[in-house]
Design a protein around this ligand. Sequence first.
Ligand SMILES: Nc1ncnc2c1ncn2[C@@H]1O[C@H](COP(=O)(O)OP(=O)(O)OP(=O)(O)O)[C@@H](O)[C@H]1O
Length: 439
Amino acid sequence: MSEESSTATATVPAPKAPAASEGEALLQVHDLVKHFPIKKGLLQRQVGAVQAVDGLTFDVRQGETLGVVGESGCGKSTMGRLITRLLEPTSGKITFEGVDISHLSTAKMRPLRRDIQMIFQDPYSSLNPRHTVGTIVGAPFRLQGIKTENGTKAAVQDLLELCGLNPEHYNRYPHEFSGGQRQRIGIARALALRPKMIVADEPVSALDVSIQAQVVNLLDDLQTELGLTYVVIAHDLSVVRHVSDRVAVMYLGKIVEIADRDSLYASPMHPYTNALMSAVPVPDPSRKQEHNRILLTGDVPSPVNPPSGCHFRTRCWKATEKCAEIEPPLVALKTGHQVACHYPENAPTDVIAETITVSKEAGEAVAKAAEAAVAAKAEETAEAAETAEVAEVAAAEEAPADAEPEAAEAAAEESTEAVESTEAAESTEGADAKGETKS
Ligand SMILES: Nc1ncnc2c1ncn2[C@@H]1O[C@H](COP(=O)(O)OP(=O)(O)OP(=O)(O)O)[C@@H](O)[C@H]1O
């Protein structure tokens, strides 16, 4: 970094002292679930749910980059929006620096928005075309009511410089920039309040390959310079390999494998991870012979009605009856290497026998719990159906809007989500089109 820019960055608020030391968990996620309700009919009764995220448990350590990979629709973006609290979780716990943020209200989340920021995939739709770069990057200061030493303009120009943009372009509009430059503007905006953690959802997939490397390198440099913690969501395994310290592989709302990058790439244990890895092209023709390509058949099943047991079993060449009956728990087969599979590959042989016993016991416990849950659910559904019927009759006879408690509740839930999501989008001033359409 030039002398000029290092002097300049001094006007931006100084980074807050990290509360967690190196290697300690900054973010802890426990059994996180997000089910989007599917509603039908005049009364908008819930007839099912998209199980986008279905029980995620993981940590993000101070200063590391956790890469999250998986096919389209497996719940990566939903996970990202949950941990930045752009979405309200259905259940589970999210702890940031020891504080439970799972169900914090919009007002209580506001100060925390300074610490957790998001970079969106599409630099074309995440920047307001009617605002100048100065307004876009300066928005977080305005929204949080922060006064900077030499004024917002100087702070914004420092941020532009930090992200490799010309500070003179302060008054330009997004359409005057290329895709890579726009993503840099998005990064500058995310950095404005010196966050501790940044969730980057497919930060380079909308960019040309030549530009991708520049943006990845910029993220790398900023991490070193500012001590940032990243969660990088991507479907490109080479990008994830380059940026990550640890990698989590997701399939249909669940983490199927999580490990240190080198361990995961050298000896992937879950058949799904193996299949993903084998799909990466090998540039060296002499190594092509030994490269066994695993072709996955079919599509990812619908998250509305996922397969029983192991979600991957319908596409897995190793699946047996056991996989349909018992959901494999995520267990550590090596230090720092967890996998959820009854028949893991590349696992140390001494731990396999042990794991099989553990997973059998855990599986039995899960099966028992599932049976109990099904019985409880059946009872609950019967009760709910009865209540709904009574409400429907009352609705038909008297005041229709007031007499449908379920629908009213669901609407309230949805509007809370919409408010949350709008507020969050505001905090970054990012009109993220995907979020707007989905939420
Ligand atoms: N607001 C929503 N309402 C209903 N379903 C949703 C909503 N948001 C996401 N989904 C569904 O949840 C599932 C997971 O979506 P998500 O976008 O998290 O997956 P992804 O792995 O990020 O995929 P992609 O890489 O294509 O964005 C999908 O089936 C999607 O259709």
